[in-house]
Design a protein. Structure first.
Length: 156
């Protein structure tokens, strides 16, 4: 498994890119969605309106994961982080590696949104995701809404 070709790319907000990423996002939670909805979802609309920036992860040239980010008051906000169902729990740590890549290579996000983030925020959805984010340096800010935050330094 370690010889797999894994690549992470930023994606321009084209309809095809949005459709493909949204398909993987819904697949990650086991939902089948119509192609029409993939292009009209709230996330898709926000991507088209340049409110969300997309990262995509490919394994052997197959789109398997994505990360949607936005900016909010000097914060790099992780809107969505998702891994295709059959690539979850494989020991490849795709979601974790994608998030790490986004945080370490945020220059493209900075250029896109014209800002320099001082922290990153995200929401955890399970105790497992909370534990993973804590290992990556995030700290719980508001337990009641599952919000976590991490300071971003120049040497992240």
């Amino acid at each position: 498994m370690t010889d797999l070709k894994i690549a992470i790319k930023t994606l321009p907000p084209t309809r095809e890119n949005i459709k493909n990423c949204e398909q993987v996002r819904y697949d990650s939670i086991g939902q089948t969605i119509s192609e029409e909805y993939l292009l009209t979802s709230k996330c898709a609309s926000r991507i088209l309106d340049a409110e969300i920036f997309m990262f995509a992860m490919y394994v052997e040239d197959i789109l398997v994961a994505g990360c949607y980010v936005s900016d909010s008051f000097d914060t790099l906000f992780i809107e969505q982080l998702f891994v295709k169902k059959e690539y979850q729990e494989t020991g490849l740590y795709l979601g974790r590696n994608l998030l790490k890549y986004v945080l370490e290579n945020r220059e493209s996000v900075e250029r896109y949104f014209h800002f320099h983030p001082t922290r990153s925020e995200l929401f955890f959805t399970t105790d497992k995701s909370k534990y993973i984010y804590e290992k990556m340096g995030y700290k719980t800010q508001k337990e009641e809404i599952h919000l976590m935050s991490k300071s971003l330094s120049n040497k992240n």
